[in-house]
Design a protein around this ligand. Structure first.
Ligand SMILES: NC(=O)c1ccc[n+]([C@@H]2O[C@H](COP(=O)([O-])OP(=O)(O)OC[C@H]3O[C@@H](n4cnc5c(N)ncnc54)[C@H](OP(=O)(O)O)[C@@H]3O)[C@@H](O)[C@H]2O)c1
Ligand SMILES: [Zn+2]
Ligand SMILES: [Zn+2]
Length: 340
């Protein structure tokens, strides 16, 4: 099969011929139609986060495709099913975290002693074929195009999990910090769920677009959010702790700041200017990742219904390095999806 191989840290991705995986017991073979390119795929290529631990290095954790072969013992999937899989596929089943018997979620990635993760510890989806345990797949709703389903498997799943983690109540206002892959979906999910939604963006050229996605207000900072009355929930999808810290100034009493963006360089602090309001307002800071497989199903259904539509830039497999460079420069609006 053809696959997008990463020859080494900082090397250009290459479309290469590699052995096609064979589905083992309990596994299905997926003919990948499309795979989204998460910023973390590119960050791994650059060595900012751990490089895939296997060879040839093939990453990608937003694959969608058709089941073309069943391994021994598979009963829950059939040939012809359109399925996807996500970043976290399995846990060791034995460590203290696993003994909590929680549903499989992104939490496992950082808590299980030996998690299995797509594109980081086992082959990812930037390839023509992928073998995955049937129980690690999700059925894609009928009629949903692979290019639109793919971004839901990480970006959409994270965005909806963040909204859920913020626990907005009817009538509350939700703000989204950072209008990128996660953020443009978070705005749409919040709006589709009926909340008044505010976009916080550093980019003046995204104001109009943010309104089209469903934001009632668009501001440039937490200070500006405060000027328009603040928000009950702020979903941080920007990869910046300083920006998240600044946005705290826009939190209302009993407000929740949800950290979904990852910033490995700068600390998250409660700035002196908001320390007094923070404790007296009984504000909370909550972490969020892919938090519950039910939210993945919910996110897929919302996209299939047309209530939420990912904005994607589609690249053919032979253009994969072009996509890597564009994602690396953070120029994609809003998710690069590669077809295989
Ligand atoms: N928690 C999880 O499980 C999980 C899963 C996937 C991704 N992530 C993380 O989520 C973050 C967003 O991912 P993404 O795919 O949405 O990235 P993205 O498409 O690059 O979007 C991030 C957006 O944040 C804003 N931003 C970027 N740099 C900023 C800075 N220095 N200060 C303030 N705002 C900044 C920009 O929006 P504006 O132009 O509107 O300001 C940008 O479009 C990343 O940190 C990623 O690693 C987390
Ligand atoms: Zn991702
Ligand atoms: Zn474990």
């Amino acid at each position: 099969m053809k696959a997008a191989v990463i020859p080494g840290v900082n090397a250009a991705w290459e479309l290469r011929e590699v052995p096609t995986p064979v589905p083992g017991p309990g596994e299905v073979l997926i003919r990948v139609a499309a795979c989204g390119m998460c910023v973390n795929d590119v960050d791994a290529t650059r060595g900012y986060i751990p490089f895939p631990s296997f060879e040839p290095a093939i990453t990608g954790h937003e694959p969608v495709g058709t089941v073309v072969e069943l391994g021994p013992g598979v009963t829950s999937r059939q040939i012809g099913d359109v399925v996807g899989t996500t970043w976290i596929r399995g846990t060791c089943g034995r460590c203290d975290y696993c003994r909590l018997e929680l549903p499989l979620s992104g939490q496992a990635a950082f808590n299980c002693a030996a998690p299995t993760s797509t594109g980081f510890t086992v082959q990812g989806g930037h390839a023509e074929y992928l073998a995955v345990a049937a129980r690690e797949t999700v059925l894609i709703p009928d009629g949903l195009a692979p290019e639109l389903a793919a971004p839901v498997l990480c970006a959409g799943y994270t965005a909806l999990s963040a909204l859920r983690a913020g626990e907005p109540a009817p009538g509350e206002r939700v703000a989204v910090l950072g209008i990128g892959a996660l953020g443009h979906l978070a705005v749409q999910f919040a709006r589709a769920a009926g909340f008044e939604t505010v976009a916080i963006t550093r980019s003046p050229d995204k104001h109009e677009l943010a309104r089209e996605l469903g934001a009632s207000h668009v501001v440039g900072s937490g200070a500006e959010l405060r000027e328009i009355g603040g928000a009950d929930v702020i979903l941080v999808t920007a990869p910046s702790h300083p920006a998240a810290s600044e946005s705290l100034g826009g939190l209302r009493a009993n407000g929740r700041l949800v950290l979904a963006g990852i910033d490995g360089a700068e600390p998250f602090i409660i700035p002196p200017a908001v320390q007094y309001p923070f404790f007296a307002q009984r504000n909370k800071i909550v972490g969020a990742t892919h938090d519950d497989p039910r939210y993945l199903r919910e996110a897929l259904e919302l996209v299939a219904s047309g209530a939420v539509t990912p904005m994607v830039e589609v690249f053919g497999a032979e253009q994969v390095q072009e996509a890597v460079e564009k994602v690396g420069k953070r120029e994609v609006r809003f998710r690069a999806v590669i077809t295989y």
